[in-house]
Design a protein around this ligand. Structure first.
Ligand code: F6P
Length: 319
């Protein structure tokens, strides 16, 4: 009987629990023992391993967060830290590892694979910045959360002739901004891909008020671009709108996963175990055109960011 380890790492994402459940149950069905590793690579280095049963993962699918805990461990770039992790896995006889997380997690898995551990990575991040998969686990739920909140902001901003500037997460990836901006009918969407021109934004907003006679405007902007509190003040000073900023922040990471995220996580978790059974390692799983695919982690990490030009063009036609 083989042994599989599973961990979640980096920022948590709704649906991670559903993936853990699928790995544990699919693994046990296929004759493996499955060990949960607490707090990501931190628990791997500190030997925080627990044998999981089918009932240990009962009822977790519907819950946000990750019941294994998660952490960021920048030290995992160091060779001696990776060696320690390998030695811990060997001590327990765990020869395969499934990691769930974003690009940092993928890099850790590649380092372990290069040292002989059979690793499979599953995309779990609200940012959707793993480009070997159409969607990562958590993106759909975070998008739903953003849309629900921006719809609320629209109600109040249209009552007060206001412009709501809404900052969304995504790290370096604009997907949460572009998908939510399009589905909320935002007047302006700003991401790393569009760039940010303050003067042009102020002119655009003035146009929406004076020429298009709009009584409110929504600006969806990716995090790490500008200080949205200052921007909202500037909008009040320089345009007919009164500006208000809202940083949605970690609200976007919580909540019960959407059915789409639960399904994606379940399919990917099962595929990860199937790959282990077939002796495939150093790979990640993903969904492309609704098919579950497996590709080398190295290839996935080298893929370029999606520019989403067609979505920006669509937004321009509809605004
Ligand atoms: O990667 C997920 C994410 O939520 C990013 O969107 C964001 O930039 C970052 O994590 C926030 O990290 P932390 O939870 O450590 O503040």
């Amino acid at each position: 009987m083989g042994k599989i380890g599973v961990l979640t790492s980096g920022g948590d994402a709704p649906g991670m629990n559903a993936a853990i459940r699928a790995i544990v149950r699919s693994g046990i069905s296929r004759g493996y023992e499955v060990y949960g590793i607490r707090d990501g690579y931190y628990g791997l280095v500190n030997k925080n391993f627990t044998l999981l049963s089918q009932s240990d993962v009962s009822d977790i699918m519907v819950r946000g967060g990750t019941f294994l805990g998660s952490a960021r461990l920048p030290e995992f770039k160091e060779d001696k830290v990776v060696e320690q992790a390998v030695s811990n896995l060997k001590e327990y006889g765990i020869d395969s590892l499934v990691v769930i997380g974003g690009d940092g997690t993928y890099r850790g898995a590649q380092a372990l694979y290069e040292k002989g551990i059979n690793c499979i990575a599953i995309p779990g991040t609200i940012d959707n910045d793993i480009f070997s998969t159409d969607f990562s686990i958590g993106f759909d739920t975070a998008l739903e959360t953003i849309v629900e909140n921006v719809d609320r902001l629209r109600d109040t901003s249209s009552s007060h002739n206001r412009c709501s500037v809404v900052e969304v997460m995504g790290n370096k990836c604009g997907d949460l901004a572009i998908f939510s901006g399009l589905t909320c009918g935002a007047e302006v969407i700003i991401t790393k891909e569009t760039g940010f021109d303050e003067e042009q934004l102020l002119k655009q907003l003035t146009y929406f008020s004076e020429v298009r006679k709009k009584n409110h405007a929504i600006v969806v902007i990716s995090e790490k671009i500008t200080d949205v509190a200052l921007l909202a003040k500037l909008i009040s000073l320089e345009t007919p709108f009164s500006g208000r900023d809202t940083v949605l922040g970690h609200i976007q990471r919580g909540g019960s996963p959407s059915p789409n995220d639960r399904l994606l996580a379940t399919r990917l978790g099962d595929k990860a175990v199937e790959n282990i059974m077939n002796g495939i390692g150093g790979c990640c799983v993903g969904i492309v055109n609704n098919e579950i695919v497996t590709i080398p982690i190295e290839t996935a990490l080298a893929m370029p960011i999606r520019k989403r030009q067609e979505y920006f063009d669509l937004h321009k036609r509809l605004v």
